[in-house]
Design a binder for this molecule. Structure first.
Ligand code: ATP
Ligand code: MG
Length: 468
C-alpha cells in the first residue's frame, strides 16, 4: 500500500544500521516496515540515541520467520500484542505488527488487540502527536497528526479526542506530564483539561506502573514544574501530597506554602548537583516535608511548628515508595535523607562526623555518599525558606568541604572501620571475649566521632591501655 509522507528529503539523522537490518529484511520479504515512536520524536529534535522501535504490516509469526531467515535472533516478547524483539549486534529492536486497540472497559487494558494493515491506524492508537510519527529513510516522515509541528511548538497534545484517550488508559495522564517534563514542553489546553478531569482514574492503575512514571518525572529533573503546573496529577498519583497545596506554614522561617517550598527544593537539588542528583535525593526532595500538614501545631503566639515531621515524613515516604514498588535501596536512602533533613549540623568536624555516622547506620556502605546528598538537600531546603534563613546555605558549603576532608582523612563511621578491633580490646584491657568488648569499641568510636580522640591506631591503643 502506498502512503503519503511529508518532506521525504528532509534531513534526518541516519537510522542506526542495526535497526535498518530489521526494516530491510521485512521489506525485502514484501512487507512494510517503519521506525516509529520515541526514536522518530528524538531524531526530529536532534537527539537520535533513543532505542529503535519498528512497526510492520506482517503478523508476528511472519515477522519472526522472515527475520530468522535473515539470520537475526528473535524473541517472542509480547506476541499477544504482536511484538517480537529482534536482536542485532546485541541491540534489541522491538518489532510490532500494526494494531489498534479495542475498548478499555477496565480503563487499564484494552479488551482486545486487533491487527490491521494500515500504518495510519496504528499511529492513531498512539498517545501523543509527537509519539505518533513513523519514519522510513526512503519514504520519509509519516506524520498524520501534526507531531512535527507540535515538536516545534513545544506542546504535548493527545492524538484524537483527549478525554476519550485518557479514559481508555489513565496512565497516559502521567505519561503526558513525564513527556512534558522530559522535553521541556507545555501541555496543549484541551489535553490539559482532559488530564485534570481524568487524573482521578490513576488510582485504578497498577501501582508499579504509576511508580515507574513518577520516577521518570523525577528523573527528568523537572519535578518542580510538575508540582507547579500539574499538582492535581501529582496528587492523584500520590494522594499524600494533596495537603501540601496552599498549606500556610504560619512561620517566620517560611515564605511559601508547603507545595511551593517543595517545588523550590526539587529545583534546588537539581541546581546543587548540576542536574544529576541521585534518584534517592530527588525522591527525598519531593517528600521531605510531606508530613508537615499532619504534624502542624500552633503555639501561644500563633506561630506554626511541625514537631516530628522529619521522622513522620520518612515513615510516609516508606509507605508511598513501597506502594509504588520503587527499589528498596533507593527508598531506604530517601527515608534516611528525609529523617535527617532537619538535623542541626555545623561545619565542625564532630558535627559532620555525626551526620555521616547516622547515615551510615541507616544505609550501610552509603554514609559518605549520602552525607553529600544530605548537604545538598539541606542547602536546597535553606534556600527555599524565608530570606532570613538563607544564610545557612553558606555554612552548608563549608560543611561540604568539611565532609570531603573527613572522607579524605579516612574518618571511621562504624566500629568495623576503627583501626583497632576486638582482639586489641581483649589484649589491652584484659577482657574476656563478650558483649563488653563491643561496648568498649562503641565508646571508642563515639570518642573518635566527637573529635576527642584522633584517628591513628597508636593513639587508640594508648587510650585502651589508659582505660585499664
Ligand atoms: P521512552 O523514551 O520513554 O521509552 P517512548 O516514546 O519510546 O519513550 P514508550 O513507552 O517506550 O515511549 O512507548 C513507545 C511508543 O508506544 C510511544 O512513543 C507511543 O507511540 C506508544 N505508547 C506507549 N505507551 C502508550 C500508551 N499508554 N498509550 C498509547 N500509546 C502508547
Ligand atoms: Mg521506549
Amino acid at each position: 500500500m502506498q502512503v503519503e509522507t511529508t518532506q521525504p528529503n528532509r534531513e534526518m539523522p541516519e537510522v542506526p544500521p542495526y535497526a535498518m537490518r530489521v526494516v530491510d529484511a521485512l521489506e525485502a520479504a514484501g512487507h512494510e516496515a517503519w521506525v516509529v515512536g520515541g526514536w522518530v520524536r528524538d531524531a526530529l529534535m536532534g537527539r537520535p540515541g533513543h532505542d529503535v522501535d519498528v512497526t510492520c504490516s506482517s503478523p508476528w509469526e511472519q515477522t519472526e520467520r522472515v527475520l530468522r531467515a535473515a539470520g537475526i535472533e528473535v524473541h517472542q516478547t509480547g506476541v499477544t500484542h504482536g511484538t517480537v524483539t529482534a536482536v542485532v549486534d546485541g541491540l534489541p529492536v522491538e518489532t510490532t505488527t500494526y494494531r489498534v486497540e479495542g475498548a478499555y472497559s477496565d480503563r487499564r487494558h484494552p479488551d482486545e488487540v486487533r491487527f490491521v494493515t494500515d500504518v495510519r491506524q496504528d499511529l492513531a492508537r498512539r498517545d501523543f502527536t509527537v509519539n505518533a510519527m513513523a519514519y522510513h529513510p526512503r519514504r520519509g516522515l509519516l506524520d498524520p497528526f501534526g507531531g512535527e509541528r507540535d515538536l516545534e511548538l513545544g506542546v504535548i497534545r493527545a492524538v484524537g479526542e483527549p478525554r476519550r484517550r485518557f479514559e481508555e488508559d489513565a496512565l497516559r495522564v502521567l505519561r503526558a506530564v513525564r513527556f512534558a517534563c522530559r522535553l521541556g514542553f507545555s501541555i496543549e489546553p484541551a489535553t490539559q483539561e482532559a488530564l485534570v478531569a481524568c487524573a482521578g482514574e490513576l488510582d485504578v492503575m497498577a501501582r508499579e506502573r504509576v511508580g515507574a512514571e513518577l520516577d521518570g518525572i523525577l528523573a527528568s529533573g523537572r519535578a518542580a514544574w510538575a508540582l507547579r503546573h500539574e499538582f492535581a496529577v501529582m496528587a492523584a498519583a500520590v494522594p499524600e501530597l494533596a495537603p501540601m497545596a496552599g498549606f500556610d506554614q504560619r512561620s517566620p522561617y517560611h515564605a511559601y506554602d508547603v507545595a511551593e517550598h517543595t517545588a523550590r527544593v526539587c529545583a534546588g537539588v537539581e541546581c546543587a548537583c548540576g542536574g544529576r542528583p541521585s534518584q534517592a535525593l530527588r525522591w527525598a526532595a519531593l517528600l521531605h516535608d510531606v508530613a508537615k500538614p499532619a504534624c502542624f501545631s500552633l503555639d501561644a503566639s500563633c506561630r506554626g511548628h511541625f514537631f516530628g515531621h522529619p521522622e513522620e515524613g520518612a515513615r510516609v515516604a516508606g509507605r508511598v515508595m513501597g506502594r509504588l514498588a520503587l527499589p528498596k535501596s533507593m527508598t531506604r536512602e530517601a527515608q534516611a535523607l528525609i529523617r535527617l533533613h532537619d538535623l542541626p549540623v555545623r561545619p565542625a568536624a564532630a558535627s559532620c562526623r555525626k551526620m555521616m555516622s547516622l547515615l551510615e547506620a541507616a544505609c550501610p556502605g552509603r554514609g559518605r555518599a549520602l552525607a553529600f546528598a544530605l548537604v545538598d538537600l539541606k542547602r536546597a531546603d535553606a534556600l527555599a525558606k524565608a530570606p532570613a534563613c538563607r544564610g545557612y546555605a553558606v555554612e552548608l558549603d563549608a560543611m561540604a568541604t568539611r565532609v570531603r576532608a573527613e572522607v579524605a582523612a579516612g574518618c571511621p563511621l562504624t566500629v568495623r572501620e576503627l583501626p583497632v578491633g576486638g582482639g586489641d580490646v581483649i589484649r589491652e584491657r584484659g577482657l574476656e571475649p563478650g558483649p563488653g568488648v563491643g561496648l568498649v569499641l562503641d565508646a571508642l568510636l563515639a570518642a573518635v566521632l566527637a573529635g576527642e580522640l584522633g584517628l591513628g591506631r597508636e593513639e587508640l591503643l594508648a587510650e585502651l591501655r589508659m582505660g585499664e
